[in-house]
Design a protein. Structure first.
Length: 414
């Protein structure tokens, strides 16, 4: 069998890896940029960085075993060797709050008694899944929601939270927690270089540079404008499931500042209520290296309706470094990527299901974050590839059997 893989991010690489385990050798992977996608590691001097946070984590031993075949994961550079993001609710860095939200957040609030009363009234065993906002209100109450969650999600998704689906939220760290353990004790860390994973997974297969696209019917596949679907028995697409579905784009502005340790309170620092950027990341707090500089990135979320003024964003970043961080920017560069986050709204459930049904009747298998329109991390992209391998007979059967495999791939969203 000849197989064509569209996209060389984590999902495409995982697909290649598991196809080889099935004994399939005639595999061609089309990648527009570089293998690994947003999870590919680059280096500024000795500091490793990716397109935003790229913690390697999983709660599944078989996925961990696959990662450890290629890299050694290094624990977080913190006292307890775990990652603890922070949220900055007032725009300043003097009093960072926990994220996920903990009792400490309640005690730091202006009116802890009000929050405690709201929490007391909640029926935690009866969460409201009617939309994202109602789900969060049913889990943490109005005051915590308004302080930490509402505005951040409006900035991130450019939607009112009442329009967002609660499907993905129930798997994420958005409820009140005993401690701010982002990954809840899972195996977690950063290898210092993710590239051996992606390059190891695709080792031995044919890789072509090109721009691919799939028709809405999934019956036509083009690479650099040329039709390719006739040449392959199976086509795995990690491209967007449909042009009718909403996606967010991300501008990341990277700044280099002289500092031999750390500047920010944590490796990830979210800003729900101030500024146009949604968060700041400090890469030396993700994987520590000795260097007399530190590397930050400022993330701006945008879509085709809002657009993004890169120069204006750079001005805001420089202002923040000068007036809040009180530091001089030694160097600055930016990366602007599209289709970085699938948006889950209540109105698209039927569209997703109809697209999956359409794909199930063709030789195309959607896979990954964009391919299945699912907000998932690297471990779940690999998990999707493993599901493909374990249910490959179903993948090759058009119709109901293949649709069952696609549903199984989307059952664990995080």
């Amino acid at each position: 069998m000849k197989v064509l893989i569209l996209g060389g991010g984590p999902a495409g690489c995982a697909a290649a890896y598991f196809l080889k385990q099935l004994g399939i050798s005639d595999i061609t992977l089309i990648e527009k940029e570089a293998i690994g996608g947003c999870a590919r590691t680059s280096f500024y001097d000795s500091i490793p960085y990716e397109f935003g946070p790229q913690i390697l984590y999983t709660d599944e031993p078989q996925i961990r075993k696959i990662f450890e075949k290629f890299v050694e994961n290094k624990a977080a550079p913190t006292k307890d060797r775990e990652y603890h993001p922070k949220v900055i609710i007032d725009g300043n860095l003097e009093r960072p709050h926990d994220f996920p939200i903990t009792i400490a957040n309640v005690l730091m609030s202006a009116n802890p008694i009000k929050i405690i009363y709201e929490l007391y009234k909640l029926k935690l065993d009866e969460p409201d899944f009617s939309n994202f906002e109602n789900y969060m209100l049913s889990r943490i109450g109005k005051t915590l929601y308004d302080t930490y969650v509402r505005n951040y999600n409006k900035k991130m998704w450019k939607k009112d939270p009442t329009e967002l689906d609660a499907e993905w939220a129930k798997e994420r760290t958005l409820t009140l927690r005993e401690r701010n353990d982002m990954f809840q004790g899972r195996w977690q860390g950063h290898p210092g270089d993710h590239n051996p994973i992606w390059e190891g997974m695709v080792s031995g297969i044919k890789i072509e540079k090109g721009t691919a696209c799939v028709s809405e019917s999934f019956k036509k596949v083009y690479v650099d404008g040329k039709s390719r679907e006739r040449d392959y028995g199976l086509i795995i697409s990690t491209l967007p499931l449909s042009n009718k579905l909403p996606y967010m784009n991300t501008l990341k502005i990277y700044v280099v500042i002289k500092e031999d340790k750390f500047i920010m309170p944590s490796y990830i620092n979210s800003f729900p209520n101030n500024y146009n950027f949604i968060r700041i990341m400090e890469y030396k707090q993700q994987f520590y290296v000795e260097n007399d500089h530190t590397l930050l990135d400022f993330a701006f979320s945008w879509n085709n309706d809002t657009g993004i003024d890169v120069n204006k964003a750079i001005e805001e970043v420089r202002w923040f470094c000068k007036n809040i961080l009180k530091r001089k920017v030694e160097d600055l560069f930016f990366i602007n990527k599209t289709y970085t986050y699938p948006v889950s709204t209540l109105s698209i459930r039927k569209i997703i299901e109809n697209k999956l049904k359409t794909a199930a009747d063709t030789k195309v298998l959607p896979l990954g974050r964009c391919g299945l329109h699912a907000y998932v991390s690297k471990d779940l992209c690999v998990r999707m590839g493993l599901i493909m391998k374990n249910h490959f007979d179903g993948v090759l059967q058009k119709g109901a059997k293949k649709l069952q495999v696609l549903h199984k791939m989307r059952e664990k969203l995080r």
